[in-house]
Design a protein around this ligand. Structure first.
Ligand SMILES: Cc1ncc(COP(=O)(O)O)c(C=O)c1O
Length: 413
């Protein structure tokens, strides 16, 4: 400590904050979206089955992802629900899922009357540990919901091999991983169905929306029915009538119009995020006491957020202290991501999904201790926000802030 000059002191110790300039930013929606919206309104209908925008989105999205079919939905959660319906997930079934995700991954499992089974994660890729997945399989297991967290793919080769061995399906949750690839293939095209979210906070957005993609024609038809109350709008007479339970998860032409324009921006957005995050990792790689995120072998991440972990014993600070010091530097940082594993939420611990009645998940005990690696990740993680508009200056200031804070905590030990 004695050797540190004031300039090197972190802001929490009276130094000048590392972040001296506003973060780079850019307008998310512009002329392209306005043009598409105008066309949609001029169609005289905003209903997907009569208009052109949602169909255009589906065609272009499928082509971009190297799959035969894409079905648009009202949200990412709706896409996952439609996928589980299409895959035939039914009451009493079990679906294996990640404990660190959004409720949107889990709500559809519960709505199908199935029980979410949480499998532990790889400590540094933050995605499903294949060995834990295989250990969680029972005769009731029907699907693995592979959540590609923060833009990084699950170990899909391993998960697909497990699924084949046990005759179960893999549904990919790509909500955080638009534009990521795995062994050269777009994610979402590897499992039976891939699900995407177009919500306001994702790589690209139409406010709210989603898509489910597949290469399987019968699954594609079931996906469509699963988003439209099971009305078969391409059939006539009695063929049109619903045969299974499905919600209204339709995307409107307004969402479709914005989504079409946004899809054109995806490659550039992902490329810029990759450049920024790869440079960040390269410049932080030697900082003692922190573990940088690891990318799953074979994956090219699309970086939705940047999440590192602290080793408090070595760093001299826990995640909360480290994040607070980074915030004092003017950096967009926060600790603990979702706070607790999904299975620690009251809806699971107290089995409070419904007021009354029986549900398969009520026969399982949920709560702390189920997935030790995932719990340790949340205890020690610090998230750095990222955006494609972040500049070289943002990068330099971020690196400077992280390094000087880490050096200061280390020096205090
Ligand atoms: C991993 C994951 N899955 C599913 C969802 C649900 O998407 P949506 O908010 O579009 O319903 C999200 C959204 O945050 C997510 O991050």
């Amino acid at each position: 400590m004695a050797t540190m000059t004031t300039a090197e002191l972190p802001a929490i110790a009276g130094g000048t904050p590392a972040k001296q300039t506003p973060y780079g930013s850019e307008r998310r929606y512009g002329e392209e979206e306005l043009g598409e919206l105008e066309e949609a309104l001029n169609q005289g209908t905003l209903f997907y089955a009569q208009g052109k925008k949602v169909h255009q989105l589906e065609t272009e999205f499928a082509a971009k992802n190297g799959v035969a079919f894409a079905v648009a939905t009202s949200s990412g959660t709706a896409a996952i629900h439609a996928a589980l319906i299409a895959a035939g997930i039914s009451p009493g079934d079990e679906v294996i899922v990640s404990p660190i995700t959004d409720m949107g991954s889990v709500v559809p499992i519960l709505y199908q009357g199935a029980a979410p089974v949480f499998a532990d994660l790889h400590p540094h890729t933050y995605t499903l540990d294949p060995a834990a997945v295989e250990a969680a399989i029972t005769p009731q297991t029907r699907a693995i919901l592979a959540v590609h967290l923060a833009g990084n793919a699950c170990a899909m080769d391993e998960l697909m091999a497990i699924a084949a061995r046990h005759n179960i399906v893999v549904v990919e949750d790509c909500a955080q991983a638009f534009g990521a690839t795995y062994r050269g293939r777009p994610i979402g095209a590897i499992g039976a169905i891939g699900c995407f979210s177009y919500n306001e906070f994702k790589h690209i957005s139409c406010g709210d929306g989603g898509l489910a993609v597949t290469n399987d024609a019968p699954l594609a038809l079931r996906l469509r029915l699963a988003t439209d109350k099971c009305y078969n709008r391409t059939a006539q007479g009695a063929e049109r009538n619903p045969t299974f339970l499905a919600n209204n998860y339709r995307m409107t032409e307004l969402q479709g119009a914005v989504a079409v324009a946004q899809l054109k921006k995806l490659d550039d957005i992902v490329a810029r995020r990759r450049r920024w995050c790869d440079a960040l990792s390269a410049q932080l790689v030697d900082v003692p006491g922190i573990d940088l995120p690891q990318i799953t072998p074979g994956c090219e991440s699309s970086w939705w957020f940047y999440m590192l972990r602290v080793r408090p014993g070595e760093l001299g600070a826990d995640a909360g202290e480290f994040a607070a010091a980074l915030q004092a530097e003017g950096l967009r940082a926060s600790a603990h991501y979702i706070g607790h594993c999904i299975y620690e939420y009251p809806i699971f611990v107290e089995h409070s999904a419904f007021e009354r009645g029986e549900h398969a998940y009520m026969r399982r005990a949920y709560g702390k201790g189920l997935c030790p690696q995932a719990e340790a990740i949340l205890e020690t993680c610090v998230m750095l926000a990222i955006n494609q508009a972040y500049t070289e200056t943002d990068l330099a200031e971020t690196v400077r802030g992280v390094r000087r804070v880490a050096a200061w905590f280390a020096g205090k030990q």
